[in-house]
Design a protein around this ligand. Structure first.
Ligand code: ASP
Length: 297
C-alpha cells in the first residue's frame, strides 16, 4: 500500500491577499508529513508533524497567529487519533503552548484521553512540551483584527466567522490511519467556548478499515452531527472518500451548517469538500501522485 495524506488549513471566506499564504502553508505541511511517510514513518507521526508546520505558520488559526477570544487571548484546542488502536489525546482551552498537537500526542500516549486548561498546561511542563508566555502567541495581525472587532455585536456573523483551523489525515505503509486537528477556535469566542475541533467524532476521527477525517467550520453545528465519525462510517459502508465527504456535507447543509473536511479512506482514496467560499488544503493524488493545493481566487 502506498502512503497517502491530506491536510487542511480552514474553510471560510479567506481574504484575497491571504490565499497564496494558505495554499503554500498547506503544501509545506503536506510535504513535511509525506517525507515522514515515505521514510517508513507512521501516519500518527506524519499528521502531528504536518499540523506543527501549520501551528507555527502565523497564517493559520492554530498556535501562533490564532484568532483571539473576546478577552483578547489565544486559547487552543487540539486532538490526535490513532486509527489502529483507537487511542485519542485531546487538549482543551489551553494557554501558552505553541504546539498544542504535540501535547495532545502526549495525552494520547498517557492513560487519559482529554486534559483541559490548567491541568493540560501542567502536563506540558511534566512532559517537556515547549511552553511560552500566552501573549507570545498573539500575532500583530490578530491583535489588529481584535481591536477592530472589539465591542461590535459578533453574534450576527458568528455563523460566518470561523477560521483557519488546521488538520491532517494520513495512511502509512502499514495501512494505519491517523487524524489530527488544532485550532484557536472562532474569533471573539466567549471565554470557555470550545468548538468541534478537539472532540473525537466531531473535529476528527480515525479508524482502520473506515477512514481518517479532520474538519473545520461552524463547530456548534459540527458537534451534534458527530461529523467526522459520520463521514468515516459512510466510508466504512463502502463509499469512496470523496462521496463519503459529499454525503456528510449534505447532512451539515440540512441543518444550515458551513464548513469543510478532509477524508482518507482505508484504500488511500482522498475526499476534500467545503461549502464556504474557500478551503485551504493540500493532498497528494493517490492515482497520479500529483500534489493538489488550494485555495485559488
Ligand atoms: N471548527 C472551529 C471551531 O468551531 C473553527 C474552525 O474550523 O476554524 O472552533
Amino acid at each position: 500500500l502506498k502512503p497517502g495524506m491530506a491536510v487542511h488549513g480552514g474553510a471560510w471566506a479567506i481574504p484575497d491577499d491571504l490565499l497564496e499564504a494558505h495554499r503554500d502553508g498547506c503544501a509545506e505541511a503536506l510535504a513535511r508529513g509525506l517525507a515522514i511517510l515515505e521514510a517508513g514513518g507512521s501516519s500518527l507521526d506524519a499528521v502531528e508533524a504536518a499540523v506543527v508546520v501549520m501551528e507555527d505558520d502565523e497564517t493559520f488559526d492554530a498556535g501562533f497567529g490564532s484568532f483571539l477570544n473576546v478577552e483578547g487571548e489565544v486559547t487552543l484546542d487540539a486532538a490526535v487519533m490513532d486509527g489502529e488502536t483507537l487511542s485519542t489525546g485531546a487538549v482543551v482551552d489551553l494557554r501558552g503552548v505553541p504546539n498544542a498537537v504535540q501535547l495532545a500526542r502526549h495525552v494520547l500516549a498517557s492513560q487519559h484521553a482529554v486534559l483541559v486548561g490548567e491541568g493540560a498546561h501542567r502536563f506540558a511542563l511534566e512532559n517537556d512540551v515547549i511552553v511560552c508566555d500566552p501573549e507570545a502567541l498573539v500575532s500583530p495581525r490578530e491583535r489588529q483584527r481584535w481591536e477592530a472587532m472589539k465591542g461590535l455585536d459578533t453574534t450576527a456573523w458568528a455563523a460566518e466567522l470561523f477560521g483557519d483551523t488546521v488538520g491532517a489525515v494520513a495512511i502509512d505503509r502499514e495501512g494505519n490511519l491517523a487524524a489530527a486537528t488544532s485550532t484557536g477556535g472562532s474569533p471573539m469566542k466567549p471565554l470557555g467556548r470550545v468548538g468541534d475541533s478537539p472532540f473525537v467524532g466531531a473535529g476528527l476521527y480515525a479508524c482502520n478499515g473506515t477512514a481518517a477525517v479532520s474538519t473545520t467550520g461552524h463547530g456548534e453545528l459540527i458537534i451534534p452531527l458527530v461529523w467526522s465519525k459520520t463521514a468515516a462510517d459512510l466510508a466504512g459502508s463502502g463509499l469512496p472518500a470523496q462521496q463519503a465527504a459529499e454525503d456528510a456535507l449534505r447532512r451539515l447543509e440540512r441543518i444550515g451548517g458551513r464548513g469543510g473536511m478532509i477524508v482518507i479512506d482505508a484504500e488511500g482514496r482522498i475526499g476534500v469538500i467545503w461549502n464556504t467560499p474557500h478551503m485551504a488544503f493540500a493532498y497528494r493524488d493517490p492515482v497520479t501522485g500529483e500534489v493538489i493545493a488550494g485555495p485559488h481566487a
